[in-house]
Design a protein around this ligand. Structure first.
Ligand SMILES: [Zn+2]
Length: 486
């Protein structure tokens, strides 16, 4: 059990500032931040000299032991939260995905049960996969009684969990009235369905058919539709895994129009391009099958620009891992390859190496993208996402000089493949604390099954709600014309 810990002599970085100082932790909370803090008798002292002391990462887009495409993703809440901690991430937000016609509350209880083994904290977005009075009611119950303030909509995966525009609109309105935020997987599922069929009929059966069936236009169209519908309805929107210029432009337009829209990209999409699908090694190409797919390099440049310019607030991973024998279900038919890659453990090192070390973003912006913005958007700030008296002691001591070679030999995921294989990165978690308890130190993980907690996320306040529901479409703000007086 943790009691008192003093993290001494580091550079404390939050989304707002960098400052030299110490962090004092009592139990599970930060109790003091400042220079020259005295270490109380019996306190454990962690020397952070030469290191950055940052809020633990929050990955708001992961799937642990997800039943999907006829199989179940291999990282569960224990292995997942453990490998996250090895990379400096101390909280994940997973997605409860009820089957069409299934009760949301039933799915919620199933996910709560699965997540009990987690070693670090977690929360859930709820997916809206169908519509009806029961869904309407249960959205309210989840918001009011279970701390679920975010609802996810799949605009792709036709004949499975995809929702049409009518459902999207009904759910957006309900979420707006509850003070919740909506999420979308933005790809035009009808178009994907058609193109998959067409490409398969043309004789393209391998993984190279996957990106051909869901090009950037397919994503851009759906992102734009979701942004515009959210703007009309007046609900805040979070677009997950934005992978291309077209989708980013849709988000930027919506922001400029005054809509409350947030962009998320995945760290994978920042550094990996679509050449992976032309690999003649089927196994490697199949392991890169995820949706949206990897894109041509010009899109990576656009995503970096979006992150630097504020169109993209959050870098997540969509961590959803399938081993080779599971990917093999799609041998001979790319449409049947389970979609997903890993990334939770690598996210912060890859973003640090390619983002901070290249000068694209500052350490403060790094904290914003990996932790603080997610905490704010999903309404758990300042309990999470910062280092301040009263916040949870979810902290990573970050060694900016440590180097790591990413890959299967060094990762802690259960997957037998790593899309970052061989990538050398500088900047890594030296120590990771979850609510005051060390989970990762000296290259060793010490996960404790079941110590992770479910984090409730309250709905937004009346003020935030009134901001979010500003509805320019139906209730235009009257324009006051003033006489020009020279
Ligand atoms: Zn996902």
């Amino acid at each position: 059990m943790s009691d008192t810990t003093l993290i001494r002599g580091g550079t404390i970085v939050t989304a707002e500032r960098e400052s030299r100082g110490d962090v004092l932790i009592a139990g599970e909370k930060v109790v003091a931040v400042g220079e020259g803090l005295q270490s109380p008798a019996g306190a454990k002292v962690l020397d952070a000299g030469g290191a950055y002391v940052m809020p633990g990462g929050i990955d708001p887009h992961v799937h642990m032991e997800l039943p999907f495409m006829g199989t179940v993703s291999v990282d569960d809440f224990l292995s997942g939260t453990a490998c996250a901690a090895a990379g400096g991430t101390t909280m994940i937000i997973d997605f409860c995905i009820p089957a069409p016609q299934q009760s949301m509350l039933e799915a919620y209880r199933t996910w709560r049960e699965r997540a009990k083994k987690a070693t670090a904290d977690y929360s859930f977005h709820m997916a809206v996969t169908w519509w009806g009075e029961k869904v309407f009611e249960e959205m309210g119950t989840l918001c009011r009684e279970h701390g679920v303030n975010s609802f996810k909509h799949f605009m792709a995966y036709k004949n499975a969990i995809m929702v049409d525009d009518a459902t999207l609109i009904a759910s957006f309105e309900r979420a707006r009235d509850l003070g919740a935020i909506c999420l979308v997987h933005a790809e035009n599922g009808d178009l994907v369905f058609r193109m998959q069929h067409e490409i398969f009929e043309r004789g393209i059966h391998g993984p190279e058919g996957h990106p051909l069936s869901r090009g950037p236009e397919v994503e851009g169209e759906a992102a734009n539709r979701a942004c515009q519908i959210a703007g009309v309805v007046g609900v805040p929107l979070y677009v997950v895994h934005t992978s291309c210029r077209q989708a980013m432009e849709a988000i930027a337009r919506a922001k400029l129009a005054g809509h409350r829209v947030f962009g998320e990209s995945l760290v994978q999409h920042l550094v990996i391009d679509d050449s992976v699908y032309r690999n003649t090694d089927w196994r490697s190409a199949a392991h890169h099958v995820m949706s949206p797919p990897f894109r041509a390099p010009e899109h990576q440049q656009a995503l970096w620009g979006g992150l630097q310019g504020g169109t993209i607030e959050v870098i997540g991973t969509d961590h959803c891992t399938f081993r080779t024998e599971q990917k093999a279900a799609g041998k001979g038919d790319f449409r049947k390859i389970p979609n997903g890659t890993g990334g939770m453990e690598e996210r912060m090192s890859v973003l640090w190496h390619h983002g901070v070390r290249t000068g694209r973003i500052t350490p403060c912006e790094f904290v914003a993208a990996t932790s603080a913005n997610a905490a704010r958007i999903f309404n758990i700030h300042p309990r999470k996402g910062t280092i301040a008296p009263g916040s949870d002691a979810d902290i990573v001591v970050w060694d900016p000089k440590a180097t790591r070679t990413l890959g299967v030999a060094t990762h802690h995921s259960r997957n037998d493949f790593n899309i970052f294989e061989g990538m050398q990165v500088t900047g890594a978690a030296a120590v990771t604390l979850s609510r005051g308890t060390v989970l990762w130190q000296n290259g060793r993980l010490s996960p404790v099954e079941g110590r992770g907690r479910y984090i409730e996320r309250p709905c937004f306040t009346d003020y935030a709600r009134s901001q979010a529901t500003r509805n320019t479409h139906f209730a235009p703000t009257p324009v006051q014309r003033q006489e020009f007086v020279p």
